[in-house]
Design a protein. Structure first.
Length: 297
């Protein structure tokens, strides 16, 4: 099976560029390379160098390509649209200079959904008017991505307003299939009680990019039963190295083989950068070993 593999700064806890607990970006690039990956995502704009020449040199120094950027913003808040669109332009310019392919588009984790992650039956849903505003924002930022030859991919995400299957189906119906594609994250699917293999097969014509992530089943069960905040769940270790959790990667592999997927797969394991026992390098290596044994033999 032919797969192209990368990792991402979030595996080192990088969610926000200005978090004082972030490890140095030089360390992150070095360890992604050291773990055996050939590419990285950009992470939040402003964490890695924003000077395209400096970034290119540092990526080359570590033997890495740049595969994707991320928009992790409150897409459901119409009043933030102008700022989001400017952020899209700024990110796309940097991505284009590095020949990156994708823009991962995520509605920001926010209340009340941050405490309702994984609670598919009872979680609050956006009112229709606010939903349509979010669709408008996604469409407009996607048109900007197209200007830079970057493919926008919606990433359903725990604790956001595009998390559960009904929301994914609605977004796929409301958004132009030629413009907006899909990034399926195996861990966030499992968090939301979605079978990632089935979702990949159902939307195979729109699945342009995949995130491999695994989940500790016991931590997830405690999280959902006790309305644990999404970020606290990360600190509790809800995400784990690939193969150590409850994602059915046998089914995922069978589906990817059946649909003949040969695109990029980025390995992620969200962690708390403030954790004193940070083992991101070791975890990234373990996840790569799992993929090599499960998918590449």
């Amino acid at each position: 099976m032919k797969l192209q593999l990368s990792n991402a700064p979030c595996s080192w806890g990088i969610e926000f560029a200005d978090n004082p607990d972030n490890p140095p970006w030089q360390t992150v690039l070095n360890e992604i390379s050291q773990a055996g990956y050939k590419a990285t995502e950009l992470g939040p704009l402003g964490y890695l160098p924003t000077d395209s020449q400096v970034l290119a040199a540092k990526l080359e120094e570590n033997g890495l390509g740049l595969i994707a950027g991320t928009i992790f913003k409150h897409l459901h808040k119409a009043e933030q649209r102008d700022a989001i669109l400017q952020y899209t332009h700024d990110t796309c310019k940097l991505l284009q200079a590095q020949n990156a392919k994708y823009m991962v588009v995520i509605d920001h984790v926010s209340s009340p959904r941050t405490d309702q992650a994984g609670q598919v039956e009872t979680a609050y849903r956006l009112p229709d008017e606010q939903w349509q505003e979010m669709m408008t924002t996604i469409t407009e930022l996607s048109l900007i991505c197209r200007e830079y030859n970057i493919t926008p991919v919606i990433h359903p995400h725990a604790g956001s307003f595009i998390e559960y299957r009904d929301e994914i189906d609605r977004a796929m119906q409301d958004l132009d299939s030629d413009l907006v594609k899909l990034c399926i994250d195996t861990g966030h699917c499992r968090y939301a009680s979605i079978d990632p293999a089935e979702l990949i097969e159902t939307y195979q014509d729109r699945v342009e990019y995949i995130h491999f992530k695994d989940i500790n089943e016991a931590v997830l069960a405690h999280t959902v039963a006790n309305n644990v905040d999404f970020y606290k769940a990360i600190g509790n270790g809800v995400f784990c190295p690939l193969g150590q959790g409850c994602v059915d990667f046998n089914a995922v592999r069978s589906t990817l083989e059946r649909i003949q997927y040969e695109g990029w797969i980025t390995v992620e394991q969200d962690v708390d950068p403030a954790a004193k026992d940070n083992s991101s390098l070791e975890n990234a290596q373990l996840s790569l070993q799992f993929i090599e044994q499960k998918f590449l033999q």
